[in-house]
Design a protein around this ligand. Sequence first.
Ligand SMILES: [Zn+2]
Ligand SMILES: [Zn+2]
Length: 336
Amino acid sequence: MSDAPKPSEHSAPMSREWHYHPELPVKYAPYWGLPPKVKVLARWIFQNWLQFSDRSIFLMLAFVVAFWLQPVASDQGVISVEWIIWVFLRNWGLLLVVAGGLHFWFYGIDGQGKLLKYDPRPYMKRKNALYKFGYQTWDNMYYSMVFGASILSTLECFLRWMYGSGLINTLSFWAHPVWFILLFPLLALWQSFHFYVVHLFLHQPFIYRHVHAVHHRNVNTGPWSGMSMHPVEATGYLSAILIVLVLPSHPVHMLFLGYWLMLGAASSHSGYEAIWARDRQALLLGAFFHQLHHRYYECNYGNAEMPWDKWFGSFHDGSEEATAATRARKRRMHAR
Ligand SMILES: [Zn+2]
Ligand SMILES: [Zn+2]
């Protein structure tokens, strides 16, 4: 459960720009406030990591795969179709279930109408020549499945082979329990930094035109928009997972980061604050920070985990003043 304001009974638009927005200004994860507010931080960690949320689901999934479905064993020290095929099938299947499931709920059966939906405009279901095959969803599914999930699977196979052949060590919980646990939030912070840097680069005019424009076809995003990326972008974005080549880790950490990257992109692009079912907020998705990026472009290159945008002057906190400042920055960038 979050502290987000309850949607009004009539589900009226909350502002001229947004049908729904969380409490403004947009907040960062409370690691960064000075002096540190220990209670707030403890509550945030409990709510986001240990209660039912997209993050805790990906964490559980990583444990199920790493310790039960397909643990890394010495057989994976040898490249063979027999184990590789399962990695690909599982990742395609997971993306299909998560992005497909969210899409089905929000836009297929219109499970909660506009309740907690950010953008007042409807999701683009009409034919539009901008998109591959003419439709946003088909376009997004094509890029997500052909490139997104396949590139993650390739990286996962490479890393499984590295662990399996002993080229990188497998960290045991019993040897280093504190590091084992701490590495999960550290990986989310690392991903935030990596995403900020890669994304800033993607917005350089030449790269934007040839690569990142594919992702930004989605102004009004849906779950399938998350991994809808040009293969160059998907490779750059997913390369965050290679951090396990230098940090001591267990395959469960690698898998968690992979799911955080791939499945997290589906939940963070769904266009809704949360899944609303049985008269309550059933699952918080909360990605207004990135929704602002898709609306105004030259702001919020990172995510809400770490305040890179705040530190480097590209933060959009959801206010009208921030919109004006972003538009001015965009004009300056284009004048150059
Ligand atoms: Zn995006
Ligand atoms: Zn972008």
